[in-house]
Write a protein that binds this ligand. Structure first.
Ligand SMILES: Nc1ncnc2c1ncn2[C@@H]1O[C@H](COP(=O)(O)OP(=O)(O)OP(=O)(O)O)[C@@H](O)[C@H]1O
Ligand SMILES: [Mg+2]
Length: 261
């Protein structure tokens, strides 16, 4: 492992320590939601998207959330990532209620504890693959040479060392999503949240990207939640939950033993 990556991990461990406090929820869960409710609009336009969602996610678990379009999968992931706030209820990250944190701490949580993979990669097309991956480090004030060194390590992890200098806009869809995954994880967050990460890819690329995410999940001992319409990929996770009419429930007929390991 490179010294830059080493240093980064030490910093993140330190941040993790300072975020770990007692009280709130059981410390054995990385993410816990209690009574999570999200209502959009008001009056006759009111829409209850999440009624009262309770979920406990253990360390190193990989969970898939399936459900019809509009059922609230993205809404739920955004609440867990603190990209949006619930109408009521609480998200706990390692026992800490996100809703009790000031904005500056929430920013740290988003930047350091969450690796978010979107359906569309959102890379900067006129920057190289390496520069895109290095971006979160540069935003944290890392020196350019160190950030690019760490980015190179991550591009190696996603099998794209050879493309480090290529402009992101010139990469294939599958390659762009792999770069986006490297960028999401370059800060070594403990949580990987993914919203339809294979939704824009053909079957072969979807499979390759999911395999990559599963490998990174295991080797970095991540805790992962992904929303997907792809039932076959969902069933390769440890648990599959179904979101429907505001409620999150185990998917009928799925048992963890079915998940391919
Ligand atoms: N910012 C918002 N303001 C108002 N309504 C919203 C907002 N965001 C989402 N919604 C509504 O909440 C519902 C759930 O949307 P969400 O995007 O979470 O669904 P989804 O399960 O991710 O769907 P898809 O599978 O199509 O991505 C939808 O009816 C949507 O229109
Ligand atoms: Mg969605």
């Amino acid at each position: 492992m490179s010294p830059a990556l080493d240093k980064l991990q030490a910093g993140i461990r330190a941040t993790g320590q300072s975020l770990r406090v007692n009280g709130g929820s059981s410390a054995s869960f990385v993410i816990e939601t209690r009574g999570l409710r999200k209502v959009y609009g008001a009056g006759s336009a009111e829409q209850v998207v999440l009624k009262s969602v309770d979920l406990k996610v253990s360390e190193a678990e990989m969970i898939a959330i399936v459900g019809p379009s509009g059922s609230g999968k993205s809404t739920f992931l955004h609440l867990v990532a603190a990209l949006d706030m619930p109408t009521s209820g609480t998200v706990y990250f390692r026992s800490r209620a996100l809703q009790s944190l000031p904005e500056s701490h929430l920013e740290d949580f988003r930047n350091q504890s969450v690796g978010f993979v979107w359906q569309r990669h959102h890379l900067l097309p006129d920057f190289s693959a390496a520069e895109n991956v290095a971006m979160p480090l540069l935003m944290r004030g890392a020196r350019r040479a160190e950030a690019l060194e760490t980015a190179a390590t991550w591009l190696g992890e996603v099998g794209l060392s050879a493309k480090a200098r290529q402009m992101a806009g010139e990469l294939s869809g599958g390659e762009q999503q792999r770069v986006a995954i490297a960028r999401a994880l370059v800060n070594q967050p403990p949580l990987m949240l993914a919203d339809e990460p294979t939704g824009d890819l053909d079957e072969q690329n979807a499979d390759a990207v999911f395999n990559l995410m599963q490998r990174l999940h295991r080797t970095h001992r991540l805790t992962s939640i992904l929303a997907t319409h792809n039932r076959a990929l969902a069933e390769r996770c440890d648990r599959v939950l179904s979101l429907d009419r505001g409620e999150l429930k185990p998917l009928p007929g799925f048992s963890a033993a079915q998940a391919a390991h």
